[in-house]
Design a protein. Structure first.
Length: 365
C-alpha cells in the first residue's frame, strides 16, 4: 500500500493531530507499507526514520486578513497546496490521507488527478459551508471518538467510523524515576503533580494552579510541573506570581515526546483540567500509559479515554480537583492501583497495535 499523509502542521507543531499523523505513518511503515508525509517547512519535530518526508513552504495564517479564524486557516492550507500539488501530482498513491476539513477540497481535486482514495481523520468540528456535501464524496471517514462522531452526525447526518488515536506504549511506559531530572528541579520529598498540554485558556490550567495553591495552604507539600507552551503562558505566570507560589510551580516549556516519560517517572499525579470539548486527549492517554493516575474533566471525548481508570471532575472546579489530589496523596495504594489500571486500559484500547489493526481492517488491507 502506498499512502500519503498530507497535513501542513505535522512537521512544525506539537499537538494531538500531529502526534496521530506521525504515529500512524511510523507504524504503517513498520509493517512494510510505502509511507510519505507531506507537510510544511521548517521541521520542528522528531520524525520517524522509516517514512519519506516532503516539505513545502506556506503562508502562516497570521499573515492573512482577519476575516475569522476559519478563513485564515483555509487560506493557510490553500497556500500550502499551491506549493505542494505541482510536485505531488507527478506521483501515484493508493491513499491520500488528510486530518483537517480545510484540506477536503484539495484532496478531492487530487483524487481526480491521482485516481486515489481519500481518507479523512476528523479530530474536531471546524464546520464550514459545503462541509456536509464534501464529506459525502470521501472514500473513508474516521473520527477519533464517539463524542466527535456524534457531533459530525448531528451536523451533516453522516456518522464517521470511530478510530481512536494511538499511543506508543513502548515509549510511554512506567520507568524508574529519573533522579537526574528530579535533582535538577530541586525536588526532594514533595509530591509531584504534572500537566502536559498547549498553554491556552481552554486547557484550564488556571484551575489546577488554584487547586495546587489551596493544597499547599492546606499543608500538602506539592510541586507542580507544567510542560508545554502557548499564548496563555504569561497569564498563568501572572496567576502564579499573584498567589505567591513561584517556588511550587515550574514551567518547563515544550519537551519532545521521548522525554516525557522521564518527567512522568518522577510524578505522582497527572492533571488535565480541560474546559473545552476535546475530542480525545492524547496527552491523557500517554500519562495513563506511563502508569500515572490522572485527574481530568467530564468534557468532550475525555471520559471515553479515561473510562473508570482515572478521576473525572466538572470543568472549572478547582475544589473538585483539590479533593481528588488530596485523596490520591492520602491513599498511596489506591494511587498505585489506579495508575496500573490506566496503563492496562491504554494497552487494551489505544496501543498502536490495536489501532493499526482496526484501521487496516476498515480498509480491507
Amino acid at each position: 500500500m502506498k499512502i500519503l499523509f498530507y497535513n501542513v502542521t505535522t512537521t512544525i507543531k506539537h499537538g494531538g493531530i500531529e502526534s496521530f499523523c506521525l504515529g500512524l505513518a511510523k507504524n504503517l511503515a513498520n509493517l512494510g507499507h510505502d509511507v510519505t508525509i507531506c507537510s510544511g517547512s521548517p521541521i520542528n519535530v522528531e520524525l520517524p526514520h522509516n517514512v519519506k518526508i516532503l516539505t513545502f513552504p506556506f503562508i502562516p495564517r497570521e499573515k492573512f486578513p482577519d476575516f475569522g479564524s476559519r478563513f485564515k486557516k483555509f487560506m493557510e492550507r490553500l497556500s500550502f497546496a499551491y506549493s505542494a500539488l505541482s510536485t505531488l501530482k507527478n506521483d501515484k498513491y493508493d491513499f491520500f490521507c488528510i486530518f483537517k476539513p480545510y484540506d477536503i477540497p484539495v484532496a478531492l481535486f487530487m483524487k481526480k488527478i491521482m485516481k486515489c482514495k481519500i481518507i479523512f481523520f476528523s479530530g474536531g468540528t471546524e464546520f464550514y459551508p459545503g462541509y456536509g456535501c464534501f464529506v459525502k464524496k470521501l472514500d473513508y471517514f474516521f473520527s477519533c471518538s464517539n463524542f466527535n462522531a456524534s457531533q459530525i452526525e448531528k451536523y451533516c447526518h453522516i456518522k464517521p467510523v470511530v478510530l481512536p488515536n494511538g499511543i506508543d506504549t513502548q515509549v510511554f511506559k512506567p520507568i524508574q524515576p529519573d533522579l537526574e531530572i528530579k535533582n535538577s528541579l530541586g525536588i526532594t520529598n514533595e509530591k509531584v503533580i504534572i500537566s502536559v498540554c498547549r498553554l491556552v485558556g481552554l486547557k484550564g490550567l488556571q484551575y489546577s494552579i488554584k487547586a495546587v495553591n489551596k493544597g499547599v495552604h492546606n499543608g500538602y507539600n506539592l510541586k507542580y510541573l507544567i510542560i508545554g507552551d502557548g499564548e496563555y503562558r504569561k497569564n498563568l505566570e501572572k496567576l502564579v506570581n499573584s498567589l505567591k507560589i513561584d517556588d511550587r510551580i515550574i514551567f518547563l516549556g515544550n519537551k519532545n515526546n521521548f522525554e516525557l516519560p522521564k518527567y512522568y517517572s518522577i510524578s505522582d499525579i497527572a492533571i488535565f483540567p480541560s474546559i473545552a470539548n476535546e475530542t480525545f486527549g492524547i496527552s491523557i492517554a500517554e500519562a495513563m500509559a506511563c502508569g500515572i493516575p490522572v485527574i481530568s474533566t467530564t468534557v468532550g471525548g475525555i471520559p471515553e479515554v479515561i473510562g473508570d481508570a482515572g478521576f473525572l471532575v466538572p470543568p472549572c472546579d478547582e475544589d473538585a480537583i483539590l479533593d481528588k489530589i488530596k485523596f490520591l496523596i492520602d491513599n498511596e495504594n489506591f494511587r498505585i492501583e489506579l495508575g496500573f489500571k490506566g496503563r492496562q486500559r491504554v494497552m487494551q484500547n489505544f496501543s498502536w497495535d490495536i489501532v493499526i489493526k482496526k484501521f487496516l481492517e476498515y480498509l480491507n488491507v
